[in-house]
Design a protein around this ligand. Sequence first.
Ligand code: FAD
Length: 561
Amino acid sequence: MKPAIILVSETRCDELLDEFGRYARDYELPTATSAHEAKLAAKRVVAEGGQVAMFVTESRLPDADVHEAFHWWRQTVPTARRVIAAHVSTFREDAERLRGGMAKGKYDAYLLAPRGARDEEFHTAICELLSDWGSTVAEPEVVAVALVSPVEDALTLSIRDYLDRMGLPNRVYAPESEKGRHVLALVAAESGEAEFPLFMDLNQRVGSARSVRDVASAIYGRPADVDVDRVVDVAIVGAGPAGLAAAVYASSEGLSTVVLEAEAVGGQAGTSSMIRNYLGFPRGISGMRLAQRARNQAIRFGTQFFSGWPVTSLVPGEVDAEGVLAPHRLRTEGGDLLARAVVVSAGVKYRRLDAPGIERLVGLGVHYGSAMTAAREMEGADVVVVGGGNSAGQAAIHLARFARTVTILVRRASLAETMSSYLVGEIAYNPRISVLACSEVVEGGPGEDGRLGWVTVRNTADGTQERRECRGLFLLIGAAPHCDWLPDEVVRDERGFVLTGRDVPQDRWRDGLPPESLETTVHGVFAAGDIRAGSMKRVASASGEGASVVPLVHAWLDPSH
Ligand SMILES: Cc1cc2nc3c(=O)[nH]c(=O)nc-3n(C[C@H](O)[C@H](O)[C@H](O)COP(=O)(O)OP(=O)(O)OC[C@H]3O[C@@H](n4cnc5c(N)ncnc54)[C@H](O)[C@@H]3O)c2cc1C
């Protein structure tokens, strides 16, 4: 059954149908002349076991304001993409009234309906939204990796998560299904050992997966595949935005470049369902898509990627008797890599909240770290901020501009011990913010629309629990840099963030000079992105630093050094 794109217009359904004719092979195209009719059409599709991929509506409807209509449709099908294709006669007039709703996530795109053939700008927007819908909601039509398992256990789920983040469509088949039997037969013929889950990639390579890495290395290889005697110009540790940008710029400028990534490509950004503040993407872009695009771009310039391989240590190169600096050595469990320059872009990890129901709502009302982007979606909502540090205080103050109420939850008896007093004062003054001391979130769950709807809060002093409505949960419970693999020679601040340039204490400067701006205390080892002390902790700043590090790497590799 084909998914549906529901086209809604009081008087111009024919025009919309004509315009969307190019999608008829892959989608049903039911039409509706009012918000109510569209809702019934969506209910019909769902009742017949189908899926609604998208609603496309004019900016004016006869029976409801378009925001209200989106609200009804969202209740029926929370996952469908929602688009306004405004007619030229109302486009300008309605833009001001309606665009605010887009910023708050009420719908996905405000477009001018095409006025002639081949309006590819319009259709690019539609295709991108359908592609996002397809990769997050629908079962894939073409499966790049088939998994065979009798149950979707934790290992199978983490393999799927890895494959999703790598942009590889995947599906789990039962062992007794046709596909399951086919994979079992191939595994039996190859090794005889068939421990679930099994996997098969597009090239019919099969195997038993005892870890995510088994699948990662079967598809993408292992660092030992790089010729041991070969010294690469630059090795990049971590493939978040900083590492990806460094890879694109380094390889595009002719440097031999290898990226070693512990998990899936994309870093923290790859886990974001929609990055709305990245330059050049007016409708936002999912972190996974941004990461895949950057990875493909870097591969086109010749970067080699190894994902699923954490670097376990860095052994800085030493100067030999002739004064020549040996290459740096990066160790992984899949082999060592020698590199003349290293970019450390291993980012940070936000401490996760270990409470049932929360993790699967990340991006759907639950947010780790920065509250800036998501705050606008919180208009009129009751939100909870967890954390007692300055970042939690700043987030609460920012959120209170939008939300109806903001509750700061802290385990301690007050904020005073952990937050700057000016913030404590501002919070006390703000009538929308309240502080709940001695408390913690112990559970959460979705509301009707599939986004966060409630949390359960436990009083740590007396053990009592209370369930409260909550549309936004902002977790600012600390972020720690991924730096345990770095040697002591790479100097860090007291929290483990890597010091570069003038931030390096003077007693570690060489010949009275600080390292270059993004250089660490080890010659030829640079740092970019969130792991760097003083960095801004944003996608754009991380990728900016990744790009900026490349001229410094170039200068370092220059033979006159
Ligand atoms: C859920 C979420 C949503 C966000 N939304 C936004 C947003 O909308 N806008 C915005 O500007 N910012 C957002 N941020 C912040 C933004 O994602 C980060 O600032 C950015 O990703 C930092 O990039 P980075 O490359 O420095 O590090 P990271 O993205 O943290 O990437 C570091 C990578 O290094 C890898 N790594 C770690 N240790 C090793 C090792 N030993 N060996 C090999 N690899 C290693 C990690 O697995 C990771 O993939 C969001 C963050 C999160 C968590």
